[in-house]
Design a protein around this ligand. Structure first.
Ligand SMILES: Nc1nc2c(ncn2[C@@H]2O[C@H](COP(=O)(O)OP(=O)(O)OP(=O)(O)O)[C@@H](O)[C@H]2O)c(=O)[nH]1
Ligand SMILES: [Mg+2]
Length: 229
């Protein structure tokens, strides 16, 4: 039987990229795409609506807040998904790679699949040197302390809906991606990684391209890794 798939996209001021992300997602595989407009001051919500997404709003800033809002929306809908996919709104990921991303869940009964940018091809400049180092360091710490095999904390990921509810995600901002991976280890989820390609984002960087964003994200990620030990 074909799985029911819903996609959650947190979006903060991404009016020039959100339409591209939505256009490249394989619509025949996906039941619903939920764009969580995170207090954008541009036309993100309109662009998302015009490109066929369900648009919901979260005024509290933060990547995790937006993802949590998306989960709560899905919980309230009648048609529950088998798989939830997360992807960024900045068009860095390649949405057309969704079939490869969900394949380990559909074929091998995996619970969580991370799209690894460390294993895949990266366009030059798609990640800043500090972002590459930070992700490598965090993934290494998670590997050592939680005995996992992750090589990246990439945003493009797929998880079984029932497992997503079971791990009770909490983080409201930068700790979201790492929290999911270390809880996956704690709850003994079956995890896999597949290589994904990554390109330079469209529009203005919110996190890794800024000094403040890099420091805050790095601090929060390391703090989260030790918090759940
Ligand atoms: N910074 C930030 N991003 C948010 C928020 N809510 C949603 N996002 C989205 O989170 C995603 C990741 O943000 P990015 O700015 O791309 O961060 P990054 O991928 O670490 O770094 P760059 O792509 O280099 O900017 C984007 O799709 C944003 O639109 C928020 O409150 N703050
Ligand atoms: Mg990005």
């Amino acid at each position: 039987m074909r799985p029911v798939i819903k996609v959650i996209i947190p979006a903060f001021n991404e009016e020039n990229s959100i339409g591209k992300v939505l256009d490249d997602l394989p619509k025949d595989l996906v039941q619903e795409i939920v764009v969580v407009n995170n207090a954008s001051t541009d036309k993100t919500a309109l662009a998302a609506k015009n490109h066929g997404a369900t648009v919901i709003h979260e005024n509290r800033k933060g990547y995790g807040s937006a993802c949590l809002k998306g989960i709560n929306y899905i919980k309230a809908q009648q048609l529950k998904p088998n798989i939830v996919v997360f992807i960024d709104a900045d068009y860095s990921d390649h949405p057309e790679e969704l079939p490869q991303l969900i394949n380990p869940i559909v074929k091998d009964g995996v619970d969580l699949v991370i799209g690894s940018r460390a294993l895949g091809a990266r366009e030059k400049g798609a990640m800043t040197p500090q972002q590459i180092f930070g992700n490598w360091l965090a993934a290494r710490l998670v590997r050592l302390l939680y005995r996992t095999h992750f090589t990246d904390l990439g945003p493009f990921r797929a998880i079984k809906y029932e497992k997503l509810l079971e791990i009770e995600m909490k983080d409201k901002d930068f700790g979201w991606t790492v929290e999911m991976q270390l809880k996956a280890a704690k709850y003994h989820l079956k995890c896999a990684e597949i290589p994904v390609t990554y390109r330079r984002r469209v529009g203005v960087s919110k996190i890794s391209g800024t000094v403040k964003g890099t420091i805050m994200a790095g601090y929060k990620i390391i703090w989260t890794i030790f918090k759940y030990l």
